[in-house]
Design a protein around this ligand. Structure first.
Ligand code: DX5
Ligand code: ZN
Length: 219
């Protein structure tokens, strides 16, 4: 089995120590940084906005993926792109004109990802998958860190892998929510390329080791 790409999520870390959190991630084997922006409308929680993105830009040496849990993300893409963002991931459920939003992200020079809530069928990707760099399957209901992995996600990963193959697309599969050492092997075996991990990394006492364990756990 191949080594998974691991993207730590800083959502549940102590923002009073953001600099040292990012320094730890910089020195780790993390493949990129997963940054959760929440608007309190699309999800029942508000996380942070541009001031924190500015701090992240100044202190992160890893590529940054923005996971935009917000309605009408198109209103903010241009602003966010100024913070040296590698990839922007929008929710299919939040975009009436998903194809257009994906093109807008690419025009801004970023990679384009689409996230799906746990209940959202894969069919909404049928005519846009070839334009995507990544699909993020939510394995919890978005809004909070520290939730339990929803097991139906495993079957959805396999079906998404089949859809990507059938379409000859190149999108990576990322799985976000409730990922830990106990389930990462199943997630990668089902066909995921990348996992997001928040609490299992940052509540562990040794985030760098936890990232390595997630990588090795799936070998
Ligand atoms: C949830 C966020 C996740 C979250 C993951 O809405 O999108 O990225 O931070 O945290 P854990 O790994 O604790 O589920
Ligand atoms: Zn996320």
């Amino acid at each position: 089995m191949k080594e998974p790409l691991v993207a730590p999520s800083i959502l549940s870390t102590d923002f009073a120590h953001l600099g040292s959190t990012l320094a730890t991630v910089n020195e780790s084997k993390a493949d990129w940084l997963h940054v959760d922006v929440m608007d309190g409308v699309f999800v029942p929680n508000i996380s942070f906005g541009t001031p924190i993105l500015k701090a992240i830009q100044q202190h992160s040496k890893k590529p940054v993926e923005l996971h935009l849990m917000m309605v009408q993300p198109e209103r903010y893409l241009e602003t966010f792109a100024r913070f040296n963002i590698h990839q922007m991931t929008v929710h299919a459920e939040a975009c009436t004109h998903l194809h257009s939003v994906v093109q807008q992200i690419k025009r801004l020079g970023c990679k384009a990802g689409v996230a799906l809530n746990p209940h959202t069928p894969l069919g909404c990707l049928e005519y846009v998958i070839q334009d995507l760099d990544m699909v993020c399957l939510m394995s919890v209901n978005p809004g909070f860190g520290g939730q339990e992995f929803i097991p139906q996600t495993l079957g959805k990963i396999s079906l998404l892998k089949a859809l990507i193959r059938r379409k000859g697309a190149a999108a990576l599969i990322e799985v976000d929510g409730g990922i830990n050492q106990a389930n990462v092997t199943d997630v990668i075996s089902a066909g995921a390329d990348a996992v997001v991990a928040g609490s299992s990394v940052f509540d562990s006492g040794d985030p760098s080791q936890a990232i390595l364990t997630l990588k090795n756990g799936a070998l």
